[in-house]
Design a protein around this ligand. Structure first.
Ligand code: UD1
Length: 336
């Protein structure tokens, strides 16, 4: 039996593939390579000594998905594949809804035909929207998202919850990620956004490298520890291990469960920048810039449910995240 990881050559999917393979699972990666490169499969093999099966396929293409299920005995799906650029989702909402919703619907239909009953979904803390108090708890009402990307996560959660309600033999885990950064400590896997990065850590690493002149810190007048935005950063390897724990849980249960995957701790933009400079001994020039539209001041997870139910919690520190992100920028990034 094998596990299908959609989007398995992407940032979070590739790290998760490593953890599943190292735990002894047979992994099949499907990715359309629209935002990643096939050489990630080689890198996963270099790290683990095992080459996962790979299919270049779009998960909205029912024939392609059927083919994967016909060729492999798929016992469960971890669905990472999706469009994820917040700003772009505002410009191209139809593309985002089509891609991010149709892939889930297609997977559910094909899973049903093949009797596959476990679905772990890449969701996001963005589904808590703008109006919930911090820390975010899984029982809070979701919604109030600020962009189509966030709404597509919210809608997928609803689709999967309804599917599990209608089919009591289905098991669904909705994993709400906080802010994944860091990279594999080998320097072979990491976040490699094309063009100018939108997210904070890839921007910092490119400024440190001298590819970009300086970081703009978006606002220093928030009601936070130092006025800059506070987020719950999670090392991508911890996040990958969270998937393993969630999958094991899902394989033994039915129904829908939601888990926050975060550290439970907040770090401000300036704290992250200062830690990066200290750990790596390199300067990161920055300027204070206006607030970015749609940003909120501060959020972090209540991570106690994952600890209680999955026996998982983060192990790596913000220092680890800064060190591994910089190692990746120097060794692995920008090579596709
Ligand atoms: C965003 C998305 C979230 C998505 C995540 C992917 C929103 C509301 N949230 O999170 O849904 O899952 O990206 O990782 O869009 N910052 C700067 N300068 C920069 C870049 C960022 O100061 O050049 C600040 C931001 O204002 C924020 C923090 O750094 O306070 C983190 O930003 P970012 O990495 O973009 O993540 P989020 O906006 O939290």
């Amino acid at each position: 039996m094998a596990l299908l990881l959609t989007g398995g050559t992407g940032f979070i999917g590739s790290h998760t593939a490593v953890e599943f393979i190292q735990a002894g699972y047979d992994v099949v990666i499907a990715d359309d390579l629209s935002n990643s490169s096939a050489d990630v499969v080689d890198r996963i093999e270099t790290i683990t000594g095992v080459r996962p099966a790979f299919a270049q396929a779009d998960m909205c293409d029912a024939d392609a998905v059927e083919k994967i299920f016909a060729e492999h005995a798929i016992e469960g799906v971890v669905h990472f594949a999706g469009f994820k650029a917040v700003g772009e989702s505002v410009e191209k909402p139809i593309d985002y809804y089509r891609n991010n919703l149709l892939s889930t619907l297609t997977l559910l239909e094909v899973m049903k035909r093949f009797g596959c009953k476990v679905f772990v979904f890449s969701s996001s803390a963005t589904v808590y929207g703008e109006n919930n108090p911090i820390p975010y708890v899984e029982t809070m009402p979701a919604g109030g998202c600020t962009n189509p990307y966030g709404w597509s996560k919210f809608m997928n959660e609803q689709i999967l919850t309804d599917a599990a309600k209608a089919d009591p033999s289905l098991s669904v885990c909705l994993l709400r990620y906080f802010n994944p950064i860091g990279a594999h400590e080998s320097g072979l896997l990491g976040d490699d956004p094309s063009g100018i990065p939108n997210n904070l850590m890839p921007y910092i690493t490119r400024v440190a490298k001298g590819v970009l002149p300086k970081l703009s810190v978006f606002g220093n007048d928030y009601p936070t520890v130092d006025g800059t935005g506070v987020r719950d950063y999670i090392h991508v390897v911890d996040l990958a291990k969270g998937h393993l724990a969630a999958y094991k849980y899902a394989a033994e249960h039915t129904g829908t469960e939601i888990f926050n995957l975060g550290s439970g701790r907040g770090t401000s933009v300036l704290e992250l920048v200062e830690t990066f400079k200290r750990v790596n001994g390199i300067d990161v020039p920055y300027v204070i810039a206006p607030r970015r539209a749609g940003d909120i001041a501060e959020f972090y997870a209540d991570a106690s449910k994952a600890e209680r139910v999955l026996h998982w919690r983060t192990e790596k520190t913000v220092e680890d995240m800064c060190r591994d992100s910089w190692n990746w920028e120097q060794k692995g990034a920008q090579k596709r």
